[in-house]
Design a protein around this ligand. Structure first.
Ligand code: HEC
Length: 106
């Protein structure tokens, strides 16, 4: 019983820390190319013609699975988008998918 309580507690704590963590991971690992807002108005963004991932059109075109996959495996089209599976945990990658959704222009 004690164990189960600890587990539930840990899960609910990590859920509340999620959003904040993901923003921090985005800033640390993704912002340099994609920009804080996902518009890719960066040197690398312009050079590599990275899509503005905050637009409604981009968001509608890409499923959570597509996004998860490109973060995990990298992009086949452009090697500058590296796979992050060795650098981030699956939880962090999940968090980034949610973070990318939160960048959708309102
Ligand atoms: C060194 C620069 C760089 C960094 C750092 C980087 N990316 Fe990318 N990313 C790219 C490039 C270039 C592309 C375009 C790839 C293509 O054309 O398919 C891309 C594409 C993407 C796409 C798909 C865009 C599309 O139009 O299909 C997603 C999602 C993405 N990156 C997420 C991330 C996340 C999340 C991180 C941080 C963990 C990250 N990227 C870090 C350069 C970068």
């Amino acid at each position: 019983m004690k164990m189960r309580f600890a587990l539930v507690l840990a899960l609910s704590l990590s859920a509340s820390a999620y959003a904040e963590d993901s923003a921090a991971v985005w800033k640390a690992k993704c912002k340099s190319c994609h920009g804080e807002d996902g518009k890719a108005e960066t040197k690398m963004g312009k050079k590599e013609k990275i899509s503005d991932i905050s637009t409604e059109a981009w968001q509608a075109k890409h499923s959570d699975d597509d996004i998860l996959k490109v973060i995990t495996e990298g992009s086949k089209e452009n090697a500058k988008m590296k796979p992050f599976k060795e650098k981030l945990t699956p939880e962090q990658i999940d968090g980034l998918v949610k973070h990318i959704r939160s960048l959708k222009a309102k």
